[in-house]
Ligand binder design. Structure first.
Ligand SMILES: Nc1ncnc2c1ncn2[C@@H]1O[C@H](COP(=O)(O)OP(=O)(O)OP(=O)(O)O)[C@@H](O)[C@H]1O
Length: 258
């Protein structure tokens, strides 16, 4: 089985507090991996190290086998890894489609000079970007929201737009930080179906931090459990449910109906 993303013996500390202690995880290509654990367990820190936002004190990050430890987030994104952020919101003054396009590297091919002059090449590039953004919005079923202002969407809907945004450039790995926050039960079921589609139709490896246990246990091919900066267990949903350390650290504390 080929590995899309791997963290090997990664440690990360903030002023002596270890957010991650010697964590090793490997995420197989084309699978959905759920990361669970109580608040402060190190889940977001793991995504931050993987996406280049945090540089680990020790250890390595391998993306498709290539060592990307310490590389800038933009560079890692360019190698096919995209992510969403916890509790991120769209810019209210821009439309949903403009939000999708914000942060894309407009002018990266056309060059600065062409950008300043808005040459035909630049306009073509912008148009192509708009089409790709629109196609990604359509893929998640949100094409009808394209021209609405960002703040016309509910918080939960904005998270789905964030997922759509990760899909624009045909990523190989997508990291999602709590995608189900703010979604109603029906919408969680839709998110479940969307994640499976992204995996099955596009072969994307999805690594997802999620507190909605029903979703994460149902949709994940593999689950990693974190506690106090360490990986305490991993396996199938059933294996994780039966692990006594997990029950004590997490499921027992929060209740499995969460
Ligand atoms: N920028 C930072 N500065 C200082 N400490 C940090 C920083 N980021 C994380 N930490 C600490 O590292 C530990 C792990 O935090 P992290 O956000 O990775 O946990 P988490 O599992 O994602 O939690 P949550 O479920 O609440 O989002 C915590 O003790 C946190 O306080």
């Amino acid at each position: 089985m080929s590995i899309a993303l791997e963290l090997s013996n990664v440690s990360l500390a903030f002023g002596g507090v270890y957010a991650l202690s010697d964590v090793s995880v490997a995420f197989p290509k084309g699978k959905i991996i759920g990361i669970i654990g109580p608040n402060g367990a190190g889940k977001t820190s793991l995504l931050n190290v993987a996406s280049g936002l945090s540089v680990p004190l020790q250890g390595r990050v391998l993306l498709k086998g290539a060592d990307v430890t310490g590389q800038k987030p933009n560079r890692i994104a360019g190698l096919g890894l995209r992510r969403t952020f916890q509790a991120s919101q769209l810019f209210p003054s821009m439309t949903v489609l403009e939000n999708m396009m914000a942060g894309l590297h407009l002018g990266s091919h056309a060059g600065l000079f062409a950008c300043a002059l808005r040459t035909p090449r630049m306009r073509r590039e912008e148009e192509e970007m708009r089409e790709r953004a629109m196609a990604a919005l359509d893929y998640v079923g949100f094409a009808h929201f394209a021209d609405r202002p960002g703040n016309a969407l509910s918080f939960g809907q904005q998270r789905i737009v964030e997922i759509a945004r990760t899909l624009i450039d045909a990523p190989e790995v997508v990291l999602l930080d709590e995608p189900a926050v703010g979604l109603s039960v029906n919408r969680v079921a839709e998110l479940d179906a969307l994640l499976r589609r992204i995996r099955d139709e596009r072969g994307v490896t999805i690594v997802m931090i999620e507190h909605v246990i029903r979703l994460v246990m149902g949709v994940s091919d593999h689950i990693v459990v974190m506690n106090s900066g360490r990986k305490i267990a991993e396996g199938s949903a059933d294996e994780v449910r039966e692990n006594q350390e997990v029950v004590t650290a997490y499921l027992g504390a929060q209740g499995s109906g969460h």
